[in-house]
Design a protein around this ligand. Structure first.
Ligand SMILES: Cc1ncc(COP(=O)(O)O)c(C=O)c1O
Length: 397
């Protein structure tokens, strides 16, 4: 007997893409390029390799389950610098838990906080639609109903959780928000965050804000849920709120696997308890390199400029396309193209560009699948490569 929940989940977006393009030949004579995967291609700082090398004797030790105190302190001092939080207000023992890439943490947090029943009913987990696929996998694995809330043009590409019906809100255990959003690139402003934190407290659900693109933005730094929640002196401001941050995009080290959860100490205590049974460890040499990266801001501005430059190129090639919109944050182009699967096949066949159909990032709701007519293109490759690739894409579209 196997767990039937996996049948509800079905194959993930990249498995579906592989099946879609299976047997389709890429355009002959062109270098194939993967713009489906959001994998940073920029070089990470040299000190990463130096620190890992200097600490390699530590591979012989079991790492501490909550990572090193140095890493936890580095996580919090980064939050203080990035969001202007009062130094020392957050406690490295209570308000932060390092995770090994935010993906596992976002997933495990659902297993931590979703109870078997909420007010006698099956729990609901709210998530944006379209969405980062981990949220749906987590909701279903935790035994909840995932509630897909449209994040479309009419809602500013952010989900309107307040519009949900009473029955759903009354059984909500957890809500995922992503800002800057993957795939839409929308940023939740302070007012939006304030209202959502208010709803989470009024209805007593946990609000998880995935802020892993917090450092990749076009103009204004995106506000964070903790800075909005922490008004006044009172640490009760953290109630019901947990944020997730990652080095993967900020420091171009998706392979290092460093992120953290910060916020409500009661939730984090339970999260940590679950992790003592089945949580992953981060090798100590990687832990030391991650701490140094969180402490360093020098490499981050040039990284942001790099992505800005890629969006300038996108605007040059696709700015005249009716479906083009320059996102406020993140590094994805969320391009309205009509039939997204047919367009992905055409781009592969005629331009040797791998792109991700938005249909695979959304779920069918009452108004259909909101990703159906969009294509997600990751702008991550160096500018010469991206420039040439965008030219190919424009020619096909
Ligand atoms: C929205 C979002 N959240 C979380 C992640 C996971 O990042 P990591 O596990 O590398 O921290 C990603 C990665 O693609 C993402 O796009």
């Amino acid at each position: 007997m196997l767990n039937p929940r996996l049948d509800i989940l079905g194959p993930g977006p990249f498995q579906r893409l592989a099946a879609l393009l299976d047997g389709v030949a890429p355009a002959a004579g062109l270098e194939p390029l993967n713009m489906a995967l959001g994998e940073p291609q920029r070089a990470y700082p040299d000190f990463v390799a130096e620190i890992i090398d200097a600490n390699r004797h530590l591979y012989g030790r079991y790492p501490p389950q909550k990572a090193s105190p140095e890493l936890r302190r580095a996580n919090l001092t980064w939050l203080e610098r990035r969001y202007g939080l009062a130094p020392g207000r957050l406690d490295p023992e209570r308000h932060v838990v390092p995770v090994h890439g935010t993906r596992e943490g976002l997933f495990m947090m659902a297993l931590t906080v979703v109870p078997p029943r909420v007010r006698g009913r099956k729990p609901a987990v709210l998530l944006p639609n379209p969405f980062y696929h981990c949220y749906a996998g987590a909701a279903i694995s935790a035994g909840a109903d995932p509630i897909f809330v449209p994040a479309v043009r009419e809602t500013g590409y952010l989900p309107d959780f307040h519009a949900l019906d009473e029955e759903t809100l009354a059984r909500t255990a957890l809500c995922y928000l992503c800002s800057p959003a993957n795939p839409q690139g929308a940023i939740a402003d302070r007012g939006y965050l304030e209202r959502l934190i208010g709803l989470a407290r009024e209805r007593d659900f946990v609000l998880l804000v995935d802020e892993c693109y917090a450092e990749i933005y076009d103009r204004e730094p995106p506000p964070g849920a903790l800075e909005v929640a922490l008004v006044g002196e009172d640490l009760d401001g953290l109630d019901n709120v947990v944020v997730f941050h990652s080095l993967s995009k900020r420091s171009s080290v998706p392979g290092l696997r460093s992120g953290f959860a910060a916020g409500d100490a009661t939730i984090l205590d339970r999260f940590f308890r679950l992790r003592t049974y089945g949580g992953p460890f981060m090798a100590l040499p990687a832990d030391a390199a991650a701490a140094a990266l969180w402490l360093d801001d020098e490499h981050v501005g040039p990284t942001r400029d790099y992505y800005r430059g890629l969006f300038d190129l996108a605007e040059k090639h696709l700015g005249g396309h009716p479906g083009f919109r320059r996102p406020a944050g993140g590094f994805f182009l969320w391009l309205e193209v009509g039939d997204s699967e047919a367009t992905a096949v055409a781009l592969w066949h005629h331009a040797a560009i791998r792109s991700l159909p938005g249909a695979y990032l959304g779920r069918v709701g009452p108004a259909g699948n909101p990703g159906l007519n969009y294509l997600r293109l990751a702008l991550v490759h160096p500018s010469e490569i991206t420039d040439e690739a965008l030219g190919r894409i424009a020619a096909v579209l």
